[in-house]
Write a protein that binds this ligand. Structure first.
Ligand SMILES: [Ca+2]
Length: 120
């Protein structure tokens, strides 16, 4: 009887350990382009649509993002149905033209530079 109790505790511990590893394997906040609603252009502070998200409705047009968002973008999604640009330097430098779709990781040299977005 005593041995059976010990075995049960051991099995329960292994079960908890397994659950912990499974949880650790999946990113805590796995991003997806689907987090950007239809009709919006969205930027994210991390690659692969992770981190904080800033969404601009297509109807807003050119948008200078809040100062706290300047130089933060690491991925973006265009769900507006038309081409939008991602800008640096108050709209003077186009970092990327983005057709309808998603960019998981921004092009080399453009990470953490965007300040504004808007229709091309
Ligand atoms: Ca910038």
């Amino acid at each position: 009887m005593r041995n059976i109790k010990r075995i049960s505790i051991a099995v329960a511990s292994v079960g908890l350990l397994g659950a912990g590893l499974a949880a650790a394997a999946a990113p805590a906040s796995a991003g997806t382009p689907g987090s950007c609603a239809s009709g919006y252009f969205c930027v994210y502070t991390d690659g692969n649509f992770d981190g904080a998200q800033y969404s601009v409705p297509d109807s807003a047009g050119y948008t200078n993002m809040p100062a706290a968002w300047h130089d933060q973008c690491s991925s973006w999604v265009n769900h507006t149905g038309r081409i939008w640009n991602v800008y640096d330097n108050a709209g003077r430098t186009v970092l990327q033209r983005v057709g309808n779709g998603s960019v998981a990781s921004v092009p080399a040299g453009t990470n953490d530079k965007c300040d504004s977005v808007g229709p091309a």
